[in-house]
Design a protein around this ligand. Structure first.
Ligand code: UDX
Ligand code: ADP
Length: 464
């Protein structure tokens, strides 16, 4: 089967970049990305490529190449569904904040709505590909809805989990470690569907990097990959506390263990804690699935990865408070960075939100500078956390568009995101502007400790 028309439901951090690359690499396939959010679609269609709704290095160039040629962004969901032979579901699957599984299970509301919409609209056979991070067995639910509410057309469901990391998404998409496609190879229609998706990726991904499995293996692999990555971060973060208590340096330890080829050097950077839309959500989901199956030891094992992450954020905030003579009431703490990692404007589950919240509990004023995150987004993040009235969030959290302004008169500065530009600042100028003693709490271990200490800063990194 030669696919000529693709629809992607959901123009977010996954759908947008992924479809841009699929369209770039397959100029003969028409790719339409749809979203209910009209503003988001308008931003994707903006003539000024700096106004795209997602900041991702290199994304603007790919959009410039494909948009209007074979890549389209639209709010006409039904029309795009019906016109497509293959539909990606790329909508958000946040952790449930109500009812059964609250705080743990993934909320499949948006995915289910998509399935129902496809069932209602489709008048010809479709391949439906789940692209969002989903709990295992979701494909089964989608299949069920489509089979029982559709217009008698045939639906083949595939799982094609996304492994891109934000900030490096364009490279991850262009040169993926692997593309994983789960499908039902027991029927000829299932085989054809798998092959159709393999063909799309084969335009640029070597065949040996395209892995096909059954649907459940594919879904579980996505959760497992994220759980393993997050576990490495929690493991090194657990060690960071031990290092601080004993005089070892966690960066030296990370280097030493990372040189063991069985361990490898990646994902051993101690930090204030991992964030992002995937790690916590996927692990909680894994824990929920294990618990539902009565596998309590498995659930507890993975849950500790999250508990360690919460502890690390907490510990960071408490260390600031303790170091500032056990009171931050009325003091100003400047934050460099709010995004959950560098090179993205995404703030979901960012450690900065939780650290700010804890400091605001102690009535500190937070002044934030982030190169890509808007003031509105920061307020929205705190309001979503919902620990205090919105007007208090607005009172205690201030945003600056200039880093030097954020640091003016601050009692301490905390680095929450590892943006490269922080290293290039005029640190003597910053020192002159801050209250003395001037403290730096480097939650990412990215600043030059020796240089800062020479200027006169009191520097506290993670794990040393
Ligand atoms: C992750 C997975 O890497 C990706 O494959 C999946 O598709 C989605 O989830 P992402 O969340 O975009 O990607 O970013 P990632 O680079 O994995 O970082 C996650 C968090 O861990 C960030 O907050 C990062 O700062 C933190 N981290 C990562 C560390 O604290 N230390 C490390 O050594 C690595
Ligand atoms: P992700 O990181 O998974 O891409 P995002 O929240 O960035 O998550 O993007 C998901 C997008 O899906 C949002 O822009 C949201 O408006 C969109 N969406 C959710 N449900 C639907 C739906 N039923 N139809 C169309 N778009 C949807």
């Amino acid at each position: 089967m030669n696919i000529k028309s693709i629809c992607c439901i959901g123009a977010g951090y996954v759908g947008g970049p992924t479809m841009a690359v699929i369209a770039q690499k397959n100029p003969d396939i028409k790719v339409t990305v749809v979203d209910l959010n009209a503003q988001r679609i308008a931003d994707w269609n903006h003539t000024d490529l700096k106004k795209l709704p997602i900041y991702e290095p290199g994304l603007d160039e790919v959009v410039a190449e494909a948009r209007g040629r074979n890549l389209f962004f639209s709010t006409e969901v039904d029309k795009a569904i019906d016109a497509a032979e293959l539909i990606f579901i790329s909508v958000n699957t946040p952790t449930k904040n109500y009812g059964a599984g609250k705080g743990m299970a993934a909320d499949l509301k948006y995915v289910e709505l998509c399935a129902r919409q496809i069932a209602k609209v489709a008048t010809s056979d479709k391949i439906v590909v789940e692209k969002s991070t989903l709990p295992v067995k979701t494909a089964e639910a989608i299949q069920n809805i489509l089979d029982h509410t559709g217009n008698g057309v045939d639906f083949q469901i595939l799982s094609n989990p996304e492994f891109l990391a934000e900030g490096t998404a364009m490279r991850d998409l262009a040169v993926p470690d692997r593309v994983l496609i789960g499908g039902d190879s027991s029927s000829s229609k299932g085989q054809q569907a798998i092959q159709a998706l393999v063909d799309i990726y084969s335009s640029w991904v070597p065949k040996e990097n395209i892995l096909t499995t059954n649907v459940w293996s594919s879904e579980l692999s996505k959760l497992t990959a994220n759980a393993f990555l997050a576990q490495r971060v929690s493991s090194i973060n657990a060690l960071s506390e031990l290092c601080e208590a004993t005089g070892a340096d966690v960066q030296e330890v990370a280097k030493a263990i990372g040189m063991d080829s069985r361990i490898g050097p990646k994902f051993l950077q101690a930090s204030v804690g991992f964030g992002g839309s995937c790690f916590q959500k996927d692990i909680l989901n894994l824990v929920y699935i294990a618990k539902s199956l009565g596998l309590d030891e498995v659930a507890d094992y993975w849950h500790h990865v999250i508990l360690m992450n919460n502890h690390q954020r907490d510990r960071f905030a408490k260390n600031i408070i303790k170091t500032l003579y056990s009171t931050v009431n009325g003091k100003t703490i400047a934050f460099l960075g709010w995004a959950f990692k560098k090179d993205t404007n995404d703030t979901r589950e960012s450690a900065a939100i939780y650290v700010a919240d804890l400091l605001m509990d102690e009535q500190a004023t937070i002044k934030v500078f982030d190169p890509k995150v808007t003031a509105t987004q920061m307020q929205a993040d705190l309001n979503y956390l919902n620990t205090r009235p919105e007007d208090e969030n607005a009172t205690y959290l201030k945003t600056e568009r200039d880093p030097y302004a954020a640091l003016e008169g601050a009692h301490a500065l905390a680095v929450l995101t590892e943006w490269d530009e922080f290293k290039t600042y005029d640190w003597q100028r910053i020192y002159n502007k801050m209250q003395k003693p001037a403290f730096v709490f480097d939650g990412r271990n990215v600043l030059d400790r020796a240089a800062l200490e020479t200027i006169g800063f009191i520097y506290k990194g993670i794990g040393s």
